[in-house]
Design a protein around this ligand. Structure first.
Ligand SMILES: [Zn+2]
Length: 401
């Protein structure tokens, strides 16, 4: 079956699957179940085997499989395609998020670029291969996972299918640890072989609340936070550039994203809390990165007070290049031939690829569109890249590594 990619992508955009991003938000646009139902009907129509893996209520991974002509236990390869079903929220968008619009070679809508476009490219390749089942094709797994945008829990559950025996009802669906994985994210048809990871945590300063008419009797937690912020700014400005760099991912970064403190203007605040985002490089560990920041600020001039650093609330592994060379070279060569892109690159953002690579599957990130259009107010995808990405994935799925 040759899929009409624009129709499929339009269908997916028109089904909201907004990630609540850890907030307690309810509403018809949240969670992935509408997309999962669409994908279930899609796989059923193809006549392939598929399973659902319930990660949370209304949040199921859906995983489909085409068996290669050579069984995995007789030396056949196993290849994994993975794309996430969720999108970021739509606050502030300047276009209708769920009414796909095709204009001037682009398709607009939430998820068009990140990552329903990449998912569609994979579904197009998968549908062709399901119909053709050419000689020599690997066993191909297509996994559509939940909750990439806030904690990678769908991808983590997926990897448990080969790292644990926890999912008894799904045992054997993935015949063995895949030989390689391609994870959909917008890369402009380049091949991401390395990316940064993240560790995020809250830090708090404490003081003593008194009436603001007598501030000398109190202890202002916001003033202390101002000194901590100066230390963190110095970390990004002075310390991070001196740490070892990664050839494809560049340098370590640190950013403070939120701040909360005080209850009223006439009260000296007794606490102030910030959220810190520290990007980590392949080769660093999350624990060592967290500790490095804490030690730096503790020793910074003017920090003569206690800082409470909470345990990280969100972490993501970095993706290291090296183990993924075979799939990177193969997919890079195909993409180069088709599009002139296909360069091996590193990026600063995190993806499911790191969780999947950590489970023993050499993985790269690949897809149509640019990260510059992901999560934006007028998110869009170039349609020519959608077609090219699908063709590249088809050739990889047809011939294997
Ligand atoms: Zn994404």
């Amino acid at each position: 079956m040759a899929l009409d990619l624009v129709t499929t992508l339009s269908d997916l955009i028109s089904l909201p699957s907004v990630n609540p991003m850890g907030r307690d938000l309810k509403g018809p646009e949240f969670l992935e179940y509408r997309v999962t139902e669409y994908l279930e009907a899609f796989f059923r129509q193809l006549g392939v085997d598929y399973v659902r893996q319930t990660v949370e209520p209304q949040r199921d991974n859906i995983i489909a499989r085409i068996d290669g002509r050579v069984p995995p236990d007789a030396g056949g390869q196993v290849l994994l395609f993975e794309a996430h079903q969720d999108t970021v929220p739509v606050d502030g968008m300047t276009i209708p998020p769920w009414t796909p619009l095709v204009r001037d070679g682009r398709i607009y809508g939430r998820g068009s670029c990140d990552i329903k476009g990449g998912m569609t490219a994979m579904l197009g390749a998968f549908a062709r291969l399901a119909a053709e089942r050419p000689d020599g094709m690997p066993t191909l797994i297509m996994a559509c996972t939940v909750n990439e945008e806030h904690g990678y829990t769908g991808a983590t559950a997926l990897t448990e299918l080969w790292t644990t025996s926890a999912w008894k009802a799904l045992a054997g669906f993935i015949p063995r640890v895949p030989d390689a994985g391609v994870i959909a994210e917008p890369t402009r048809l380049n091949v991401v072989v390395a990316h940064k990871g993240t560790v995020r945590w809250r830090a708090q300063t404490r003081g003593k609340a008194v009436h603001s008419s007598q501030p000398h009797l109190g202890d202002n937690a916001i003033y202390k936070m101002a000194r901590l912020l100066a230390a963190l700014e110095a970390y990004q400005r002075d310390a991070a550039p001196r740490l070892p760099q990664h050839s494809l991912c560049g340098q370590v970064t640190l950013s403070v994203g939120t701040i909360r403190g005080g209850i009223s203007v006439n009260t000296v605040p007794d606490r102030c809390t910030i959220e810190i985002d520290r990007r980590i490089l392949p080769g660093e560990t999350r624990a060592s990165a967290y500790r490095h920041v804490i030690d730096f600020v503790a020793n910074y001039p003017g920090i003569d007070f206690e800082i409470q650093h909470d345990a990280p609330f969100l972490e993501g592994e970095p993706l290291a290049d090296g183990a993924n060379a075979a799939v990177a070279n193969r997919l890079g060569a195909i993409s180069r031939e088709l599009s002139g892109q296909g360069e091996r690159i590193g990026v600063p953002f995190g993806t499911d690829a790191a969780q999947i690579a950590a489970s023993g599957v050499p993985s790269v990130v690949f897809g149509p569109g640019s990260i510059d259009q992901a999560h934006t107010a007028d998110e869009w995808l170039p349609l020519d890249e959608l077609e090219l990405a699908s063709e590249a994935l088809y050739r990889l799925g047809r011939d294997g590594l």
